[in-house]
Design a protein around this ligand. Structure first.
Ligand code: FAD
Length: 302
């Protein structure tokens, strides 16, 4: 269960607390504040706080004294210009703080993004809940035959049932032993900081994660991408929806230039020019490796 009834009551109470401020607020973001958006079987993302809006990006770019806006059209155009030319620091003027509940093996990928501030639930201090990520049947993928880092078809029938049984049994057995080892009910047990080493990587952890918009876009560019593992991609997708409501112009520019756009190498550009000139270009004449050529073709074909 991503959120217990008690936790939901805390969220509801937090949402009745109102403040007046001269700072910029965004209606779309106020609607998200504190609410849990469910991800995977027990996970979520929640917006805890945010700073800035599309206008803050424009203000910083113009180093203006007041709101600093011209026409909305101009602001959107300026934001697109900044994104197009990799002028990144104005985007760093916006920040977001998220509460994320996620499986430990997803957290290991996520934490590689170093340009954020993180505070994680302490399993030295507290006892972790018995909550494991168990893939939904449609995500019980087989190992890809082509890509060592990817997935092939979906496991079915007896094979799927066997894998699910193993996941359930091992997760629960490890947790049973975790509980047995802990210093609970007056017994002299093992310290929490040691007992946790027996827990599986699909157990859920939680953290507060604060990041500026530039580095968030970098994270989303990598993790909302089809090459990212499904289990982190669904978190990135959920964050994308929030960011679209927070800074719609900046997100539209990001979607267009980064998520929807592509970067070509010098060889790639040369091939594109030759193709436009009507030349038949193949891998042999492209100067690219087989892998590069495959990826180039995939970009061209969409
Ligand atoms: C599809 C995919 C597959 C991956 N596979 C692997 C893998 O097999 N093994 C593996 O170990 N990782 C893997 N990674 C992780 C990847 O290599 C990066 O560690 C991760 O994406 C974080 O990127 P980053 O360092 O750019 O982000 P951040 O840490 O947020 O950094 C952002 C930028 O800040 C700068 N920066 C930050 N810290 C430093 C620093 N200390 N020194 C210099 N510059 C810095 C860099 O320019 C960096 O690009 C994979 C990632 C993806 C998306």
């Amino acid at each position: 269960m991503p959120i217990t009834p008690d936790q939901q009551a805390e969220i509801d109470a937090a949402r009745t607390d109102q403040h007046t401020t001269m700072r910029a607020t965004v209606p779309g973001m106020e609607a998200h504040l504190y609410k849990a958006h469910e991800v995977l079987d027990h996970g979520f993302i929640r917006v805890i706080d945010y700073m800035g809006d599309d206008n803050a990006i424009v203000q910083a770019a113009r180093v203006s004294y007041g709101r600093g806006t011209k026409a909305v059209q101009n602001d959107a155009g300026l934001i697109r210009y900044l994104m197009r030319h990799w002028h990144s620091t104005p985007f760093e003027m916006c920040e977001i703080k998220l509460h994320v509940k996620l499986p430990v093996f997803v957290a290991r990928q996520w934490i590689r993004h170093r340009t954020a501030n993180v505070n994680e639930y302490s399993a030295r201090y507290s006892i972790l809940d018995r909550e494991f990520y168990i893939p939904a049947p449609e995500h019980l993928a087989a190992q890809s035959k082509q890509n060592h880092q990817g997935r092939g078809g979906v496991l079915e029938g007896e094979e799927a049932a066997r894998v699910l049984d193993i996941l359930w049994a091992d997760s629960n057995r490890a947790y049973d032993h975790y509980e047995e080892m802990l210093d609970q009910d007056g017994q002299d047990g093992l310290a929490r900081e040691l007992a946790r080493m027996n827990l599986p990587a699909n157990i859920y952890t939680q953290w507060y994660w604060k990041v500026d918009l530039h580095n968030l876009f970098h994270f989303l560019r990598l993790r909302a991408d089809s090459h990212a593992q499904y289990e982190i991609r669904v978190y990135a997708d959920a964050i994308c929806k929030v960011v679209a409501d927070w800074v719609p112009h900046a997100f539209a520019a990001f979607e267009d230039y980064r998520l929807g756009g592509a970067q070509f190498s010098g060889k790639g550009m040369d091939c594109v020019r030759r193709m436009i000139a009507g030349e038949q270009v193949d891998q042999a004449s492209s100067g690219m490796s087989a892998g590069e050529w495959r990826e180039f073709q995939a970009v061209l074909q969409g």
